[in-house]
Design a protein around this ligand. Structure first.
Ligand code: NDP
Length: 371
């Protein structure tokens, strides 16, 4: 059997292989920098592909630094420990992870494991008294998101979701153009994300429902749901959806290979999206009353390209992970509540829509969303 090329796989997963320019992160308005001499100490939990990108972001972050590691693979733990000069007392397996409660050198646990494991590790980190950043999708169901939010609240710690695009200048501009109605009311959003994953190993966790929660909708579509919601500044009221035909029946036994959906919003705006593992697409387009705005690539790690009906969009290509860590780090260091757009409640709202999309695709019915 042909070996699957790792660089190809990384690229297809939306993980760029080159280093991005480092973000210059401005002080967030309304926040003082009380701990200029102290950075937030972050433990990465799960040392896989994306943790590597977060480690690069942490290395150049102004407000956070890598201080701890949690892994189920002893050899990896040893390699990372050496590479990033992490004290052995700050390294944990999943078995002894709860001991992190007595480790004053760790402020935050960043959960970067398969989606189906987010809930348990988030709750364990919260019970250990640590703030938590959890990767997208926040969990695999609304019920899990609610349990995570409740556990963090009970423990008096904050919960953030790793939504890197909230700190990315092109996306901040999309949000401004849509929410401030710069080209009038947005009527239509077309946003899709897909990668050709033909060579994905059949054992990969993305194909196992218990670990992934679903196929490309969970992994990629969450960005489409997110950006539709934040560009409009509204919550969808109804969903229709269709699963695409399965091309690789041997691989897609437990999760979908592709899905297309339509969201209806209170303003009358429609968002239509596809997320897929059998096509390449990375595009955002919004049609408003007096103009349009678009990005392509739109969701990967950039560099992004965009324009509006009034001209080109030009922003710096940043290190998205560093920018996200700095944004969250500033708030936690200032002991302020995280803004809703990055807090657990945002991940919960996306899971509500994702569950409705699956229900609509399964039943062929239009699913109404309330609350
Ligand atoms: P990987 O498969 O590369 O890494 C996941 C890591 O989780 C593994 O290396 C392993 O680390 C740990 N793990 C623990 N239990 C299991 C298990 N049963 N099966 C497999 N791995 C296990 O995945 P990614 O890094 O790509 O994804 C991790 C999370 O990050 C996902 O939630 C994903 O959606 C998210 N992500 C976010 C991105 C973004 O742009 N924001 C981009 C890519 C992913 P160890 O051996 O150290 O225990």
């Amino acid at each position: 059997m042909e070996r699957y090329p790792r660089r190809h796989f990384l690229r297809q997963m939306g993980v760029g292989v080159g280093a991005s320019a480092v973000a210059s992160v401005p002080q967030l308005p309304g926040l003082t920098a009380p701990h200029v001499s102290k950075k937030l100490n972050v433990a990465l939990c799960g040392l896989g592909r994306y943790a590597g990108y977060l480690a690069e972001g942490l290395a150049v972050s102004n407000y956070c630094q890598l201080a701890g590691l949690v892994s189920g693979t002893p050899a990896k733990l040893e390699q990372w420990q050496k590479r990033y000069t992490i004290a052995p007392k700050n390294c944990y397996s999943y078995q002894d992870f709860d001991n992190i409660a007595t480790n004053k050198d760790i402020d935050v646990v960043y959960v970067v494991v398969p989606n189906g494991l987010h809930k348990d590790l988030t709750i364990r980190a919260a019970k250990a008294g640590k703030h938590v950043i959890v990767e997208k999708p926040m969990a695999v169901s609304v019920a899990e998101c609610e349990a995570m939010i409740a556990a963090c609240k009970a423990a008096g710690v904050q919960l953030a979701v790793g939504y890197r695009l909230h700190y990315e200048p092109y996306h901040q501009e999309l949000k401004r153009l849509g929410q401030q109605k710069v080209f009038g009311q947005v009527r239509l959003i077309e946003v899709s994300l897909g990668y050709h994953l033909d060579g994905i190993p059949p054992t990969d966790w993305h194909l196992k429902k218990a670990l992934s929660g679903g196929g490309p909708l969970m992994n990629l579509g969450v960005y489409c749901v997110q950006s539709s919601r934040y560009v409009l500044g509204e919550e969808p009221i109804a969903v229709t959806a269709q699963f695409g035909p399965v091309q690789h029946k041997d691989l897609y036994r437990e999760v979908e290979e592709s899905v297309t959906w339509q969201l209806e919003f209170p303003s009358g705006a429609i968002a239509t999206s596809t997320s897929a593992n059998n096509m390449s697409v990375d595009r955002f387009y919004a049609a408003a009353d007096t103009g349009f705005f678009e990005l392509s690539p739109a969701v990967s790690y950039g560099p992004f390209r965009g324009r509006t009906s009034a001209g080109e969009l030009t922003f710096p290509d940043i290190n998205q992970q560093a920018a996200q860590l700095d944004g969250i780090g500033q708030v936690l260091l200032a002991n302020q509540p995280l803004p809703n757009h990055i807090a657990g409640v945002e991940g919960l709202k996306d899971l509500r829509v994702i569950e409705a999309i699956y229900q609509a695709a399964r039943t062929g019915q239009r699913v109404r969303l309330t609350g």
